[in-house]
Design a protein around this ligand. Structure first.
Ligand SMILES: [Mn+2]
Length: 360
């Protein structure tokens, strides 16, 4: 298991790389460039990011948010140009040592919450929060406006302003599209990019829908074990993998997370993982918790054990920390609680490893 950390780049992340490196056991980043969906990523900008990260003593082998252009998801004729750009980006990233690309295939909306700073009454910290009842009253345009207001000037992944300007038009274009239509568009994309990944030693890792059910009547096809079995079968290859986000899939209590990890881990289809905890508050209603098992509803020991047993070499990162100790920062992506999360997950790992070796 390689412990990594999401970092937004020195221009937009208030956390210095030095601080990231000082988290015990931190080996690298799941990094990103701030590029619009569909762009051919510029090599010089990526090389300068890589040099900066490596100079801080961290690896950059996983890249997140190489966003798939909406035209690809909608299956428009213009998709071929964006797929060409995607392929060019894959080749460029591979040339500079990237092993895994995390992306998603969610129409219009990336992750969605109804409150970005919900106070946790027990301890006065705050966390990301979702209650579908609030969503029902708001509608897509309102929720986007509210998310922009709540994010304190930070751009949230998937909520880039240039994408959201076109929201109304895009929502209309999706009307009538079924899950099978979306999967057909997905297959067209995978058939084009996966052979390139095989050739240059990169794995694509699809992030689950978050939350793990359809929203705003849009088709969503990545929120259960069955969904990911279908995605893998669209183009069966070691390069077509899951970014197994325990919190996104775990927002639906029907998903048995350790069992899902074992299923895809045994198949060698986990490219990367986001490991975090959620607290169920009711039907389609949850908040995010600290990483500690007893603070939420996921069994983090069982999750780490499943990784240990079935995909011990995967990249993982803590995810969506609470805001604690009066830290000001990007919701979900402060330093303190994610650092605590990494330390805790490393502790579970050491205990599992030593226990296994003692019993061997
Ligand atoms: Mn995630």
């Amino acid at each position: 298991m390689k412990m990594t950390f999401r970092w937004y780049g020195s221009q937009s992340d208030p956390i210095p790389l030095k601080y990231v490196r000082q988290i015990p056991g931190m080996t690298g980043l799941m990094g990103l460039l701030d590029m619009p969906a569909g762009a051919d990523w510029p090599e010089d900008a990526f090389v300068s990011l890589k040099n900066e990260v490596n100079a801080a003593g961290l690896a950059l082998e996983v890249i997140e948010s190489v966003n798939v252009h909406e035209d690809i998801k909608m299956g428009l004729a213009s998709r071929d140009e964006y797929i060409e750009n995607y392929i060019s980006t894959i080749r460029m990233l591979a040339k500079h040592g990237v092993k895994v690309i995390v992306y998603n295939f969610m129409p219009v909306f990336d992750w969605l919450r109804t409150d970005l700073a919900r106070i946790i009454p027990e301890d006065g910290s705050n966390s990301l929060y979702f209650d579908e009842k609030d969503l029902g009253e708001m509608g897509p345009l309102e929720i986007v406006r509210k998310t922009a207001e709540d994010s304190k000037g930070f751009t949230l992944p998937g909520w880039e302003p240039e994408r959201l300007k076109l929201l109304e038009t895009t929502l209309k274009q999706y009307e009538g599209m079924t899950a099978d239509d979306l999967r057909a568009h997905y297959k067209y994309f995978l058939d084009a990019v996966i052979p390139v990944c095989e050739e240059c030693g990169v794995r694509m890792a699809c992030h689950p829908d978050d939350p793990a059910w359809p929203i705003f009547n849009l088709p969503r096809i990545a929120h259960s074990q069955d969904d990911f079995d279908k995605i893998i079968r669209l183009h069966d290859s070691r390069a077509n993998t899951v970014c197994l986000c325990t919190g996104s899939l775990g927002s639906d209590p029907k998903n048995d997370i350790p069992a899902i990890i074992r299923h895809f881990g045994q198949m060698d289809r986990i490219g990367a993982m986001h490991v975090r905890n959620v607290k169920y508050l009711g039907y389609h209603h949850f908040r995010e918790a600290s990483h500690l098992s007893s603070d939420g509803d996921l069994d983090m020991y069982a999750i780490m054990k499943a990784i240990y047993d079935t995909c011990p070499d995967t990249y993982i990162r803590p995810d969506h920390g609470r805001m604690i100790w009066d830290e000001a920062g990007r919701p979900g992506y402060g330093l303190y609680d994610r650092a605590l999360g990494a330390a805790y997950l490393n502790g579970l790992w050491e205990a599992i490893d030593k226990g296994e070796k003692a019993n061997a």
